[in-house]
Design a binder for this molecule. Structure first.
Ligand code: CO
Length: 161
């Protein structure tokens, strides 16, 4: 188990486009395990490689339900539908929350840690978390999409993120 330090804004790496992963090896597996430990320790529902200082297309999502932990390597959004508005936070912006509009449904294509390609469909909060993490891999931060910042009191009326 290894908990890695989390990079916070305004570190430049957070706004860079990440490079594709080409080696699906033991090093990648270890990195994913460490990212998981880091996300859990920070009480987050997702974590992208640039948030631990790595410019690679690797992200994980775990919203704490039966979906389990999603590992996305070189992910691509191939379809979106609908719309949703909800609060978001980010481990790289401690204490910052805001409302963000996103598609309600996403279909993605990505690779797992063994280099096997898969497709996945998600909706609602799961889709929101997936889109937030894929944005990270493109150097897009949620603050670029916030329509209204929320105070801690305003956040209480929402589901915790
Ligand atoms: Co984030």
């Amino acid at each position: 188990m290894a908990v890695l330090p989390i990079v916070t804004f305004p570190d430049k790496i957070l706004e860079q486009k990440c490079d594709k992963v080409t080696a699906f090896d033991g090093k990648l597996a270890k990195l994913l395990n460490n990212m998981y430990d880091t996300m859990i320790e920070a009480d987050g529902v997702g974590l992208a490689a640039p948030q631990i200082g790595l410019k690679k297309q690797i992200a994980i999502v775990d919203i704490g339900d039966e979906s389990g932990t999603l590992e996305m390597i070189n992910p691509m959004i191939i379809e979106t539908k609908g719309e949703q508005t909800g609060p978001e936070g980010c481990l790289s912006f401690p204490g910052v929350y805001g409302e963000v509009n996103r598609p309600y449904f996403v279909k993605i294509k990505a690779f797992d840690r063994k280099g096997r390609e898969y497709e996945l469909e998600a909706e609602d909060f799961y889709a929101r978390a997936i889109q937030h993490e894929i944005d990270h891999l493109n150097g897009v931060l949620f603050t670029k999409k916030v329509t209204k910042y929320l105070s801690e009191e305003e956040l209480e009326g929402y589901e915790e993120v």
